[in-house]
Design a protein around this ligand. Structure first.
Ligand code: CUA
Length: 331
C-alpha cells in the first residue's frame, strides 16, 4: 500500500501494517476535519460579511439535538481510536514466549548486540525473518531509544533497568537503526543497521565458522562458548551454588522453573519472574523478598560486585533452567 503513497519508509516487520493503518486513519480523520471546518469558516465568513443581506434571526440559546450530535459522535470516534490503538499496544507489550532473545546495549554513542550463542555485534544487529525476535535493552550510561523506522519499532532504554521490545521481521534487507532520544553530543552519530536474514542465512551467520561474527574489541567474554555456559561458570565462581544449587542445605528460593513463573512476595504481591525481576533480585536481593523467606535477605547484594555482562550471563543461566537443571545437561 505505501509503495505508491511513499508516506512511510518501507515496512519490514509485523508492526508495519498495524502502525500504518492507524496512522493513515488518523491522518484521514484530521484531513476531513480540517477541510470540513475550513469550508464552514469560509462559507459563513462570506455569508455573514458586514453589509450582507443574509437573515440574522434570534436563535434559541440551546438545541439539545445538535449538542448531543457534536458530543456523542466525536466521543464515539475517540473511543474507537483508543480501543484500536490499545489493541495494537497490548500486542506490542506481549512478546511470544518462544521469541529469539538478543541483548542490546546502548552507550554513548554506539549499539552493541549480544546473541545467546555469544556472537557480538557493533552498530549492527542481525535478526531472522519470520521468527519473533525480542530485544532486552540495556543502557551503559544515559537514556537512549532504540528505533527502527522500517519495523515501526521504538523503545526507550533506561539506565538501571531492562526494557524490552519485540518484532518479527517480514522482509530480508538492511534497515536503519537510530537512537531516538537525545543523549549527548554524539547522539546524531548513534546509528546502525538491522539486517534481516532468511532463516537459513541467519543460521549460517550464527555458526562459529562465519567470518563476520568476530569478537568485538573492548568487549569481554568474546569467546563463543554461549552465555549459559559462561553463566554456569560464574554461578560456581561467585558461590551462588552454595545456596541455589539443587540439594543445597541453605534456605534459598528455587531457581529451576523460576523464569516466567509468578512469584508470590512477602508483602502478598505477585510478580512475574522476567529478566528485569531476575536482574533486580541479583543486584538488590531485598527489593522483592519471596514469600516464606527471611527479610532481610540472607543473600549478599551483587550491585557493584558484578558488571552488566556477568549479570546478563547469570540471567541467561536462570532462564535456561526454566524446566529444571537437567535442561543444562541436555542443552
Ligand atoms: Cu543514544 Cu541518542
Amino acid at each position: 500500500m505505501n509503495e505508491w503513497l511513499r508516506l512511510f519508509p518501507p515496512s519490514a516487520s509485523n508492526w508495519g501494517p498495524v502502525v500504518d493503518r492507524i496512522f493513515l486513519a488518523l491522518t484521514a480523520l484530521a484531513t476531513v476535519l480540517t477541510l470540513g471546518i475550513g469550508a464552514f469558516i469560509l462559507f459563513y465568513a462570506v455569508r455573514y460579511r458586514a453589509g450582507s443581506s443574509a437573515a440574522r434571526p434570534r436563535e434559541p440559546s440551546t438545541r439539545l439535538g445538535i449538542e448531543l450530535t457534536w458530543t456523542l459522535i466525536p466521543l464515539g470516534i475517540a473511543l474507537a481510536l483508543f480501543a484500536w490503538a490499545a489493541h495494537g499496544y497490548a500486542a506490542m507489550q506481549t512478546p511470544p514466549a518462544d521469541a529469539y532473545v538478543v541483548r542490546v546495549v546502548g552507550k554513548q554513542w554506539m549499539w552493541k548486540a549480544e546473541h545467546p550463542g555469544g556472537q557480538l555485534e557493533l552498530d549492527e544487529l542481525h535478526v531472522p525473518v519470520g521468527r519473533p525476535t525480542r530485544l532486552v535493552l540495556q543502557s551503559q550510561d544515559v537514556i537512549h531509544s532504540f528505533y527502527v523506522p522500517a519495523f515501526r519499532a521504538k523503545q526507550d532504554i533506561l539506565p538501571g533497568r531492562y526494557t524490552q521490545l519485540w518484532f518479527e521481521a517480514t522482509r530480508p534487507g538492511r534497515y536503519h537503526l537510530f537512537c531516538a532520544e537525545y543523549c549527548g553530543t554524539g547522539h546524531s552519530h548513534m546509528r546502525g543497521s538491522v539486517i534481516a536474514l532468511r532463516p537459513a542465512e541467519f543460521e549460517e551467520w550464527l555458526s562459529p565458522e562465519a567470518p563476520n561474527a568476530a569478537p568485538v574489541p573492548g568487549m569481554p567474554g568474546t569467546t563463543r562458548a554461549g552465555l549459559v555456559t559462561e553463566g554456569a561458570a560464574l554461578f560456581q565462581a561467585l558461590g551462588c551454588n552454595a545456596c541455589h544449587a539443587p540439594g543445597a542445605a541453605v534456605l534459598a528460593p528455587r531457581l529451576d522453573g523460576l523464569y516466567g513463573s509468578e512469584v508470590r512476595l512477602a508483602n502478598d504481591a505477585t510478580v512475574v519472574a522476567d529478566e528485569e525481576y531476575l536482574r533486580e533480585s541479583i543486584l538488590y536481593p531485598n527489593a522483592k523478598i519471596t514469600a516464606g523467606y527471611p527479610a532481610p535477605s540472607l543473600m549478599p547484594a551483587y550491585a557493584g560486585q558484578i558488571d552488566a555482562d556477568e549479570l546478563w550471563r547469570l540471567v541467561e543461566l536462570v532462564k535456561a533452567i526454566r524446566h529444571g537443571w537437567q535442561d543444562l545437561e541436555d542443552g
